[in-house]
Design a protein around this ligand. Sequence first.
Ligand SMILES: [Zn+2]
Length: 76
Amino acid sequence: MFGLEEKPTKHVEPEKWYIAVDCAKCCDGIAFAEAPSPQRSDPLQRMISNLKCPHCGHVDTYAPAAMSLRQAAHVS
Ligand SMILES: [Zn+2]
């Protein structure tokens, strides 16, 4: 049984907020979870395992400290 593979958010909509990390390899932003709003959002307190970068294909694991809340316009 393989571990759960996290999927990046497929369709990032402008104006919406997402929890994102920077790819460890190419440093592009990866949005992987929709956030309700910047005022009302619980920081993600879990590791994200096997998140595949949609930009370069690099797969890595990210700690909660690496995550930040970003509006879609700022996620490449
Ligand atoms: Zn990348």
